[in-house]
Design a protein. Structure first.
Length: 274
């Protein structure tokens, strides 16, 4: 009888302890969450693997994760279908949150056309190991264009920086930005405005061009787009010719009605002049 009462008291104590623990847990959870239901978070699209530059996104490239709703993730994608089919305008590492400004819509044409910014054009120029900065030009670099030409009047060379801060879209037929070793190429594709394209083509036809590599840490926005857009000024006019005419000395001739009387070596003129 005594043993049964002791067992009952122990069982009752355990039930009371479990009830107190459950009440304390609910009270603590309500205090931490302000009495509101738990936040389900926000769904974001991240890279499931490394995505190279200029790659068309496929379903295997992306995955979904959930983050707290107050997390600062930028202008991101919430569904995988929103990013599939777009072109990556920069390299993406595995696990990186994919932002909308890092992708371009490919509505038609080549991948390079999708990488062009609005109102921009792609122009390809032929280069060699010297014009191409010894092979150190890679996609993503910025260059200036120096044009040189001969002045007809003096037969002297004139060089001017005609364009600055042009983005290198591709070297030969490669647009990947993963390279870090110099490669001698035969052509470089530059991103230019329509006005810059005219200046570049004219400079190439009038003489020779040289590309100069820019420091990527420079402030690109502070550089003017076109420094020289007009053709070379006309040569100066030649100096005027000075004509010297030799005039023979002649004796003055009388004018009007007059009579000349010659007596030996004596010459005398008479009469009135009109």
């Amino acid at each position: 009888m005594i043993k049964r009462r002791g067992f009952s008291l122990i069982l009752l104590s355990l039930l009371l302890a479990l009830g107190a623990a459950w009440i304390a847990r609910n009270w603590l959870h309500a205090r931490l969450n302000g009495g509101a239901p738990p936040d389900p978070g926000v769904t974001v699209v991240v890279a499931a693997m490394e995505i190279p530059f200029a790659t068309k996104i496929e379903p295997r490239h992306v995955k979904l994760i959930t983050l707290p709703r107050n997390a600062q993730v930028g202008d991101h994608f919430e569904k995988a279908d929103e990013v599939v089919g777009l072109i990556a305008t920069q390299k993406q590492v595995s696990g990186e949150i994919l932002l909308k400004e890092q992708f371009a819509d490919r509505t038609g044409g080549s991948t390079l056309a999708a990488l062009l910014k609005a109102d921009m054009r792609a122009v390809t120029v032929r280069v060699d190991d010297v014009v191409g900065v010894g092979g150190f030009l890679l996609p993503g670099n910025h260059v200036d264009v120096v044009a040189s030409r001969l002045i007809n009047s003096t037969q002297r060379a004139e060089a001017q920086t005609v364009l600055q801060n042009l983005n290198v879209l591709a070297v030969d037929q490669t647009a990947s930005q993963d390279k870090d070793q110099p490669v001698v190429v035969r052509a470089v594709t530059l991103e230019v405005t329509p006005k810059q394209a005219e200046v570049l083509v004219r400079a190439r036809e009038e003489g020779k061009i040289q590309l100069t590599l820019r420091n990527p840490l420079e402030d690109h926005a502070a550089v003017p787009e076109v420094l020289v857009a007009d053709s070379a000024p006309p040569p100066p006019a030649p100096p005027p010719k000075v004509i010297i005419k030799k005039v023979k000395d002649e004796a003055p001739r009388p004018s009007g009605n007059s009579v000349v009387i010659i007596r030996g070596t004596n010459i005398q003129t008479t009469g009135s002049s009109s």
